[in-house]
Design a protein around this ligand. Structure first.
Ligand SMILES: C=C1C[C@]23C[C@H]1CC[C@H]2[C@@]12CCC[C@@](C)(C(=O)O1)[C@H]2[C@@H]3C(=O)O
Ligand SMILES: O=C(O)CCC(=O)C(=O)O
Ligand SMILES: [Fe+2]
Length: 387
């Protein structure tokens, strides 16, 4: 048995157990060498969905495109989060040159020979690296995609890919992490602001240091040209586990689709320079289910190699996320129990699409008006209370 020798040792163990890096272990299976196959192998053949390809003109422009300079932006954001859980933003301030560079470096990575990519494979207990979508374990068929996840610095893995020439890749990824972090924080402010919450109420969004820093993951997705797109699946239907996800998709090739109750699968059309914002499950919890976390998937195609870059933004590791007290009252009791991001990712890695149900409050009897409401977002100690 390990003997704990000092408080700092204990803190280290506590922090590493808290970190999202511990979640989704053993999902490091290796992607197919897509260039080496001619037809769609049985392992990758899904039962076609009747609505493929998505050509219903009614659904084409369902996902709103919001100009952040629009004086009505806040109410448009609120409406989109309540109705769909997804919208696109323009005039977001991330330079188009950086987004172009990001796409270029992403293509450069996935165009490498399979053996080269395998040098940077995600290890069973690691977070950064090359591999299959983590949710692959929940499906009997394989997805027509490969990914590269980055948490923290990409340097170690990039060096395996380009032993003498990894600097450009790393510089672009690090610049992108910085820009996406800034935009996510701004978007969280707008999304929660749209419910009447003030910056004071949501202080925890502010940049911090150490274990109180927001956690994030940059995920590069690649969907190679597919011989039989109607029977393949790029990325299977899922919701994101983040607070918010920002997604940049290459503008020549659509593929992202969102499930809308009344309409079915609706395409999120690529717009040059726009960024897709997805409400994640943690934001759904925080809003006490006022905001939807959208079920979405990615289709593949026969002509273009599609890439997308997703930035998953989550709370600091020691923060418990639960319905904001400002949004709960005797008629709207908190629907979910408090969870850290790590706890939620663990629930997702075990229960997948049932993860929200697992943390749902089953006892929804109205609480006494005299008893204080449960905490909203709290750290491990009282002095860290954020609200
Ligand atoms: C921080 C996150 C969010 C993760 C897990 C972990 C790292 C990679 C993310 C993705 C990226 C691809 C889709 C998804 C569904 C997957 O399989 O891995 C995402 C998942 C989630 O949103 O749950
Ligand atoms: O490629 C896309 O458009 C979707 C990617 C996605 O949903 C994800 O990375 O979570
Ligand atoms: Fe997603």
């Amino acid at each position: 048995m390990t003997k704990l020798t000092s408080a700092s040792h204990f803190r280290e163990i506590f922090q590493s157990m808290n970190s999202i890096s511990e979640s989704y272990k053993n999902t490091h299976m290796i992607p197919l060498d897509f260039k080496a196959v001619l037809g769609l192998p049985d392992s990758h053949t899904w039962t076609p969905t009747p609505d493929y390809p998505p050509d219903n003109p009614l659904t084409t422009n369902s996902v709103p495109v919001i100009d952040l300079f629009d004086p009505n932006a806040i109410s448009l954001i609120r409406h989109a989060c309540e109705r769909l859980g997804v919208f696109q933003v323009i005039n977001h301030g991330i330079p188009i040159d950086l987004l172009n560079e990001l796409e270029l470096q992403t293509r450069r990575l996935f165009s490498l020979q399979a053996e080269r990519k395998l040098r940077a494979v995600r290890s069973p207990d690691g977070f950064t690296g090359y591999g299959l979508p983590r949710i692959s374990t929940f499906f009997s068929k394989m997805m027509w995609s490969e990914g590269f996840s980055i948490k923290g610095s990409p340097v170690e893995h990039a060096r395996q890919l380009w032993p003498h020439d990894h600097t450009n890749f790393c510089n672009v990824m690090e610049a992108c992490q910085r820009e996406m972090k800034g935009l996510s924080e701004q978007m969280i402010g707008l999304v929660l602001g749209s419910l009447g919450l003030t910056p004071e109420d949501i202080k925890w969004v502010e940049p911090r240091t150490g274990s109180r820093q927001a956690q994030d993951v940059l995920q590069l997705n690649s969907y190679p040209v597919c011989p039989d797109p109607s029977r393949a699946m790029g990325l299977a239907p899922h919701t994101d586990s983040s607070l918010l996800t920002l997604l940049y998709q290459s503008n020549d090739t659509g593929g992202l689709q969102v499930l809308v109750e009344t309409l079915g699968w609706v395409p999120v059309n690529p717009i040059s320079g726009a960024i897709v914002v997805n409400v994640g499950d943690l934001m759904h919890i925080l809003s006490n289910a006022r905001f939807k976390s959208a079920v979405h998937r990615a289709a593949v195609n026969k002509i273009h190699h599609r890439v997308s870059i997703a930035y998953f933004h989550g709370p600091p590791s020691d923060v418990k996320v639960s319905p904001l007290t400002q949004l709960t009252d005797i008629d709207h009791p908190p629907l979910y129990r408090p969870v850290t991001w790590k706890e939620y990712l663990d629930a997702k890695a075990t229960h997948f699409d049932k993860a929200l149900e697992v943390i749902r409050n089953n006892d929804l009897r109205k609480s006494s008006p005299l008893s204080p409401p449960p905490s909203c977002i709290v750290g491990p100690k009282d002095e860290h209370n954020l609200l």
